[in-house]
Design a protein around this ligand. Structure first.
Ligand code: COA
Length: 261
């Protein structure tokens, strides 16, 4: 809307279910979808984390339904999907954005720390896809999984997230093949370092920002808007024949080595 490169109505009539849709990258994606005609359901563990985004979307004239669910809990996810269908009658687009992250060396990381991130990112992504399957089959809908580039090479202090996101990419490829025949497209986005996000606050000390900017081929950090645009493209009819792809949106950064330090 306004300054968007895409037509306002490219997602008109669609219903999008976005996990982690209250804040950060997936919050931006939720807002952008609403600005382009979709009705939104956003989820997070705590419903209060969703209220500001719900308000923003509604103030912009969109529709937003906020429902709490921990993606690790399959029955909570099933309930959130059912509540969304009760609200809007269908689901066309699922975005898996809920994720956990912290920096920790492998020899310091507990088994539960590793498992917690895998549970949120990988199992959570499967849980949401699985719970939404029947609705997506009806709508011939689609899935967009938010991944990362950390695991393309090796990223110290990120073994848990690297393993988790490698699993997410496997889910994207597998489901694109298994569910493509039902008319469901399954794609992913692998963002590079994106400014003004929780991930960046957790992973990148402010003092290193300038040094790292020099390691990004296009000479700047990513912006949430960059991911919004990729998400709008992949979920629009312009990408009707794109299935099983994880689109890297990182200014070419991973090609020079993923380690940010
Ligand atoms: N370093 C090392 N281990 C850590 C850690 C850190 N910074 N933070 C959590 N852990 C470990 C805990 O010690 C625990 O393991 P233990 O039982 O062996 O001690 C395990 O991870 C689970 O921690 P807990 O706090 O109980 O998990 P949670 O489910 O409440 O929180 C997290 C999930 C850990 C991912 C938490 O960081 C979180 O909620 N983050 C918010 C979302 C986020 O990270 N967004 C950024 C996306 S890029």
């Amino acid at each position: 809307m306004g300054n968007s490169i895409f037509a306002d109505n490219i997602l008109e009539g669609k219903v999008a279910f976005v996990t982690g849709g209250g804040t950060g990258i997936t919050g931006g994606v939720a807002r952008a979808f609403a600005e382009h005609g979709a009705k939104l359901a956003i989820t997070s563990r705590k419903v209060e984390n969703l209220e500001p985004m719900k308000k923003t979307i509604e103030e912009n004239g969109g529709e937003c339904f906020a429902v709490s669910a921990d993606v690790r809990d399959f029955s909570a996810v099933e309930n959130a999907i059912a509540a969304t269908v009760a609200q809007y009658g269908k689901i066309d687009i699922v975005v898996n954005g809920a994720a956990g992250n912290f920096l920790c060396a492998a020899d310091q990381l507990s088994a539960n720390g590793f498992g917690t991130v895998v549970d949120i990112d990988t199992k959570g992504t499967f849980n949401v896809c699985r719970a939404a399957f029947e609705e997506l089959k009806k709508s011939k809908g689609q899935i967009l999984n938010i991944s990362a580039t950390l695991h393309y090479l090796a990223t110290p202090m990120q073994i848990h997230v690297s393993a988790a996101k490698a699993g997410v990419d496997a889910i994207t490829r597998n489901l694109s093949v298994e569910w493509g025949r039902h008319g469901i497209r399954v794609n992913g986005i692998a963002p590079g370092p994106i400014e003004d996000t929780e991930g960046m606050k957790r992973l990148l000390p402010e003092a290193l920002k300038e040094k790292i900017t020099k390691k990004i081929p296009v000479g700047r950090f990513g912006r949430i808007k960059d991911i919004e645009n990729a998400a709008l493209f992949l979920t629009s009819d312009a990408a009707n024949y794109i299935n099983g792809v994880t689109l890297v949106v990182d200014g070419g950064q991973w090609l020079l080595g993923t380690s940010l330090g």
